[in-house]
Design a binder for this molecule. Structure first.
Ligand SMILES: [Mg+2]
Length: 368
């Protein structure tokens, strides 16, 4: 079998994403069956659920009424989409530390083209991404590494949650021969039924069929079936992710209380943001500065201040910018603490960004 694509593809998929975020913020529900979705009385449906609820047969897209019948103790939480979008953005921000080519598939799922064809290096990158997401976002992702998108996705689904699997070139023949045709994305119920009527249940069965035979029965879809059952997929990873922010944060082992410790923490975050900003490829403009505070009771607050000038990525902050950023961050922090002055568990600092044109790139004044 020959492979045109030299670079390896990593598929990352957060485990029961919405439910995981809700459980992270409500640890007291951790050992209970929990779902996120609409209310049964409003004919709501389940968006996602945790693995305990899945044991009762609860599934995504099931009516909440049905889910509650299967699992009478099911806790159904209302979705908080703006929070999920924010966590998704942070997760993609982590991906962007490891790959310059990211194709998001859903809020919680993306393909990454890795800059290497070395399986061991790429496996370490995958594990690093998993660790970093778990430590900074407190959710888990499953990851699959392979030669193409189809195989990478197959690998990430292999042993969820928090799973990691590699399908190497030499494993492809064996993996595919045992795979049920229904595991090929785009083989839906109807195609599966039609295949079954032709006596085709596994990918091995499918491999016995000629391209002519498959095209005759499935039209243009025939080529896809012919390729996928052999583990072939020529689709490339398209870099379609648009960065909206960049940030750094620190969780403190002892909550911050005193002004001088808060101030020192903020100064060190400005330094970290400077490093991240330098490493980010050029072409991004910062629109505003935000601070994020998580208090010891886990409540979260953010404050944001827009710039009227521009600061562009790929360079260090100038000493003047450094001073201005620090002073703005302090003002934002003071404003947040004037509403709620409690001990601080986590501090974050970042920019909302957009990709800039050359005219804007020439203006470097900050807070004009
Ligand atoms: Mg997922």
């Amino acid at each position: 079998m020959s492979f045109n694509n030299q670079r390896l593809v990593l598929h990352c998929d957060a485990d029961s994403f919405f439910a995981a975020i809700e459980l992270r913020d409500r640890p007291q529900l951790k050992n209970l069956p929990v779902a996120v979705g609409g209310r049964a009385t409003d004919r709501g449906v389940i968006a996602t659920c945790n693995y305990i609820a899945r044991k009762f047969g609860v599934r995504s897209a099931m009516s909440t009424a049905m889910a509650e019948k299967l699992c009478p103790n099911l806790i159904v939480l209302a979705p908080r989409f703006s929070l999920y979008r924010q966590v998704s953005e942070e997760m993609h921000g982590i991906f962007s530390n490891y790959s310059r080519c990211i194709e998001p598939i859903a809020l919680d799922e993306a393909y990454l083209e890795l800059d290497s064809d070395d399986w061991n290096i790429c496996a370490e990158i995958a594990k690093d991404i998993q660790r970093q997401i778990e430590s900074s976002l407190a959710i888990t992702v499953s990851a699959g590494l392979s030669r193409n998108k189809f195989l990478a996705k197959l690998a990430s689904e292999w042993n969820k949650p928090a799973g990691f699997k590699i399908i190497r070139d030499e494993d492809v023949a064996q993996v595919m021969s045992q795979l049920a045709v229904g595991k090929i994305p785009s083989v839906g119920g109807k195609t599966k039924e039609k295949l079954a009527k032709l006596g085709i249940v596994t990918c091995r069965d499918l491999q016995q069929q000629s391209l002519d035979f498959l095209t005759q029965h499935f039209g243009v879809h025939g080529q896809l079936l012919f390729d996928r059952c052999r583990g072939r997929d020529l689709r490339t990873v398209k870099n379609t992710w648009i960065r909206k922010s960049i940030s750094v944060e620190r969780t403190f082992s002892n909550d911050l209380v005193r002004d001088d410790e808060i101030s020192a923490a903020l100064n060190s975050l400005v330094g970290l943001l400077d490093e991240r900003w330098l490493r980010l490829k050029s072409g991004y403009l910062a629109k505003s500065l935000f601070v994020k505070i998580k208090y010891s009771d886990f409540s979260l607050t953010t404050r944001e201040s827009a710039f009227s000038g521009y600061i562009h990525s790929g360079e260090h902050f100038s000493p003047q910018q450094q001073l201005q950023l620090t002073s703005t961050a302090k003002t934002l922090l003071t404003s947040a603490l004037s509403v709620k002055n409690a001990s601080i568990r986590l501090l974050g600092l970042g920019f909302s960004v957009h990709q800039g044109d050359q005219k804007q790139m020439n203006q470097t004044d900050l807070f004009m």
